[in-house]
Design a protein around this ligand. Structure first.
Ligand code: G1P
Length: 290
């Protein structure tokens, strides 16, 4: 059995530029996707996969995220006293266990690779997951759980991928596949945000990663790449030459909450899928559309 993956890194320092002004005073990760903050879905995906400790790589103005995952003592006591048991259960379920989260600051907006590198001391020398909270993935089981099942078999490094339209490849990290065994894909390369018409495939990196700690040494030396930022994809491309590295085409649907239309789509999809309010939400959306 490969070494278990116990920790997950969530980079949450970004400004949310593409959803301003909504994110001027609220971290974009706390924007509600129907009845809970976007980041709750991502944390729940990590916990469903067995992750024990979440490392948030955060920045100025993001303190509300730490409060959100804390024990809201006065609120919970008040709900309990009033007998509001269902709401209390929802609030309790949103919390992370004591000691189950760490917060470290990125300090400069230097890219995803730099954000992940900032978690190096807290992760230490063990494999870890990375989940990008802009992307909510609906899947049963969740995307990370599917990846960790594959990891139990093959170990090493695994990144989730999905097919995107050809004219969208310039927005993502894109892999160059070599061969395939079921959902697992051997790669011969990967490139961050290839120029239009130059992508090696239409398989994009979804924002879910299982990585070995050697990535930190590569990130420490990594120069700026696409967009002038330190790119995780560039260090992964190097690590691929040194260790087992697979792409994994997961089963499910991703929602990119990083821009306004993607966010709208995420809200609608999660509203109609809600256990209690889904039917009513669907009716309401159809009614609004006339
Ligand atoms: C990041 C990654 C990219 C990945 C994407 C998924 O890009 O660098 O490889 O495909 O997330 O959403 P970003 O969207 O932060 O520019």
């Amino acid at each position: 059995m490969p070494t278990p993956v116990r920790k997950a890194v969530l980079p949450v320092a970004g400004f949310g530029t593409r959803v301003l002004p909504a994110t001027k005073a609220i971290p974009k990760e706390l924007l509600p996707v129907f009845d809970r903050p976007a980041i709750q879905y991502v944390v729940d995906e990590a916990r469903e996969a067995g992750i024990e400790h979440i490392v948030f790589v955060t920045g100025r103005g993001k303190q509300a995220i730490e409060d959100y995952f804390d024990h809201a003592f006065e609120l919970e006591a008040s709900l309990k006293a009033k007998g509001k048991d269902q709401i209390l259960a929802d609030v309790e379920g949103s919390r992370l266990p004591a000691g189950g989260a760490s917060f470290t600051r990125q300090q400069t907006p230097s890219g995803l690779g730099h954000a992940v590198w900032c978690a190096r001391d807290i992760v230490g020398h063990e494999p870890f997951a990375v989940l990008l909270p802009d992307v909510i993935v609906k899947g049963e089981p969740g995307c990370l759980k599917q990846m960790l099942a594959a990891y139990d078999d093959v170990g090493g490094n695994i990144i989730a991928v999905e097919q995107v339209p050809e004219d969208q490849t310039h927005k993502y990290g894109i892999i160059a596949p070599e061969s395939r065994d079921g959902a697992l894909i051997k790669m011969k390369g990967m490139v961050e945000k290839p120029a239009q018409g130059t992508a090696p495939s239409n398989l994009s990196i979804t924002g879910r990663y299982v990585l070995q700690p050697e990535i930190f040494e590569l990130l420490a030396e990594q120069g700026a790449g696409a967009g002038g930022e330190i790119q995780l994809t560039d260090s992964m491309a190097t690590l691929m030459g040194q260790q087992s590295f697979y792409a994994y085409e997961y089963q499910g649907q991703s929602y990119d909450c990083g821009d306004k239309i993607g966010y709208l789509r995420a809200v609608a999809a999660h509203a109609v899928a809600h256990a209690d309010l889904g039917d009513k939400a669907r009716e309401t959306l159809l009614d609004v559309l006339g």
